[in-house]
Design a binder for this molecule. Structure first.
Ligand code: PLP
Length: 281
């Protein structure tokens, strides 16, 4: 696995960033994770678009030149020698004296890593995974993909300790937002529902693709508030994310969901998504 830190390439375990980097001190930065399928970055334009929105959201002025980044990613992927890889890209406000307000003359810092993809096991894809629900105690700007992930880290750990794969955030007692590192969809009475882009969730690149697949394939789909009861009574639930792709949920808080096995809508969406990743030019 390799890292690129402001132009310096090294083995990932040896890569260094300055102590005074604001990403380290304040979580003052944003990031992206994208997949490489058969040596080619997938949905790069969508990730670059979201990165630009995240940068604007935290007022980091970084000239994103998509073509330059694409070339850099291609070079690093080739150097890492993985056909199937994950690319992590982080931009922080940079390193300077420690003060909360933006220091004058602070230059943003860019870091990239290329690692082997850690995909869910086959059994998880075929049998589905369990989730737990946790109160959504995050800030009001969850559409920004910021490196401040402490609530997400604590939620995921809680899921692990409960023997579940993911923790799903619930707002105001009964409104589902998203997973700690995934978006969520529920199917009930043949209608697919996913929470809207209202600042409480990340605009997932996979979410967006799944919505377009669903519309193409003629599944009724709505972006609207998803109550906890809807989730509990759903016939099918699935998570979406860059590394998990489309992952069936078959248990909520230890209770089997619907028929207890991945359903036909989830399978159809997963298959259509796989065709997309396999057919990218
Ligand atoms: N929601 C959160 C909080 C995430 O961290 C992620 C990705 O890791 C997602 C949703 C899924 O987004 P994407 O499909 O772009 O990977």
């Amino acid at each position: 696995d390799i890292a690129w830190v402001n132009g310096q390439i090294s083995e990932i375990g040896r890569a260094k960033v300055p102590l005074l980097d604001r990403g380290y001190l304040f979580g003052d930065g944003v990031y992206e994770v994208l997949r490489v399928y058969r040596g080619r970055p997938f949905a790069l334009d969508e990730h670059m678009e979201r990165l630009a929105d995240s940068l604007a959201g935290v007022r980091i002025n970084y000239p994103l030149v998509s073509e330059r980044l694409r070339t850099l990613i291609d070079e690093l992927v080739a150097q890492a020698g993985y056909a199937e890889a994950s690319v992590y890209l982080q931009i922080t406000r940079g390193a300077s004296v420690r003060q909360h307000a933006f220091p004058a003359g602070c230059e943003p810092s860019l870091v990239l890593t290329v690692t082997k993809t850690q995909q869910p096991e086959r059994g998880q894809q075929e049998g589905g995974v369990g989730v737990i629900t946790v109160p959504d105690d995050r800030w009001a700007h969850c559409h920004i993909k910021s490196v401040n992930l402490l609530p997400n880290v604590l939620a995921k750990q809680k899921a692990r300790e409960a023997g579940a794969f993911e923790a799903v955030f619930v707002r105001a007692g009964n409104r589902i937002s998203e997973g700690s590192s995934s978006n969520i969809f529920a199917v009930k009475d043949g209608v697919m529902v996913t929470p809207p882009l209202d600042g409480h969730i990340l605009p997932g690149v996979t979410r967006r693709m799944v919505l377009s697949i669903a519309r193409q394939e003629g599944f009724p789909v709505r972006e609207e508030d998803l109550p906890l009861e809807f989730l509990r009574q759903a016939e099918e639930v699935f998570l979406t994310g860059t590394t998990i792709e489309v992952l069936p949920v078959t248990k909520i808080g230890g209770t089997p969901l619907g028929s207890g096995i991945p359903g036909p809508v989830t399978r159809a969406i997963f298959q259509a998504f796989t065709r997309k990743t396999e057919s990218q030019s």
